[in-house]
Design a protein around this ligand. Structure first.
Ligand SMILES: NC(=O)c1ccc[n+]([C@@H]2O[C@H](COP(=O)([O-])OP(=O)(O)OC[C@H]3O[C@@H](n4cnc5c(N)ncnc54)[C@H](OP(=O)(O)O)[C@@H]3O)[C@@H](O)[C@H]2O)c1
Length: 229
């Protein structure tokens, strides 16, 4: 799991750790992390430091994955969770801020996918965590919405490039874990189902995608009908 330390990523890691050995990445050092020690007690966990802002990330990822392989650890699937949710309304855009959005939500996922492609075992599913904003761009977050939409091309293109050995699936999420400062009740009222999703909703979808040998190149939308409301 790329970005499996905080919020949705941490919740999903706790779910998957019940029956999987995990490799988690974070942009910060894991030294002395007690949550990680507890998580890996039964099934085992490896922790890597991958920071989207690091200009040498491509070669670092390759080296880390080769090291895992040398130590006999194969990957049977991967989930790209890493992201942020920057508010950038029209009028505030600058070259630097836009480049940092493209780096986090395009350059980094492209490099991660390229590094993982040759290390995933046949039968694996590579899963991208997208946003329902791919269907209805968020006006205060157009650069973020556009970059997530760009990742759908990665899902469709990689599904073709990596078939038949590896399947590729995206998840377009509505509100699952609201940002601090937002009102969960207001967000829920904007969806057809009048609810926010949960980390369990995502865990179910991720397990479904991993266990569905006839599914590839598809974006599953989990938004309670937000895009249709
Ligand atoms: N929360 C929601 O309701 C929601 C809705 C729609 C879509 N999503 C998508 O779901 C994913 C996870 O959402 P979230 O709310 O849990 O997001 P989040 O709090 O923004 O964190 C996502 C992960 O990204 C990692 N990360 C942050 N900066 C990084 C960097 N520079 N390099 C590498 N990793 C970095 C974080 O780990 P470290 O800090 O340890 O590096 C964290 O585990 C995101 O892709 C988001 O776009 C979430």
């Amino acid at each position: 799991m790329v970005g499996g330390r905080r919020r949705l990523g941490a919740a999903l890691a706790e779910d998957l750790a019940q029956d999987h050995a995990l490799v988690l990445t974070s942009s910060r050092s894991w030294e002395g992390d007690t949550w990680l020690e507890g998580l890996g007690k039964t099934t085992g966990v490896e922790a890597l430091e991958w920071d989207a802002r690091d200009p040498r990330m491509g070669s670092r990822m390759m080296a880390d994955l080769e090291d895992l392989e040398r130590r006999g650890m194969g990957l049977s699937g991967a989930i790209l969770m890493a992201g942020d949710f920057p508010e950038m309304p029209l009028g505030t855009w600058s070259e630097g801020d836009l480049e940092s959005v493209w780096r986090m939500h395009l350059t980094f996922p492209f490099l991660v996918a390229q590094a993982l492609a040759s290390h995933l075992a046949p039968g694996s599913c590579l899963q991208f965590i997208l946003d329902a904003a791919i269907h209805k761009p968020l006006l205060k977050r157009l650069p973020y919405s556009a970059a997530k939409l760009g990742q759908t091309a990665l899902v469709h293109g990689l599904a073709r490039a990596l078939a038949p050995d590896i399947r590729v699936v995206g998840h377009a999420l509505g509100t699952l874990m609201p940002d601090e400062g937002s009102d969960p009740a207001v967000l829920a009222s904007r969806s057809l189902l009048q609810r926010n999703g949960s980390a369990q909703d995502l865990a179910r979808a991720v397990r479904y995608a991993a266990d569905s040998p006839h599914l590839t190149g598809e974006i599953l939308t989990l938004d309670g009908g937000w895009r249709l409301a």
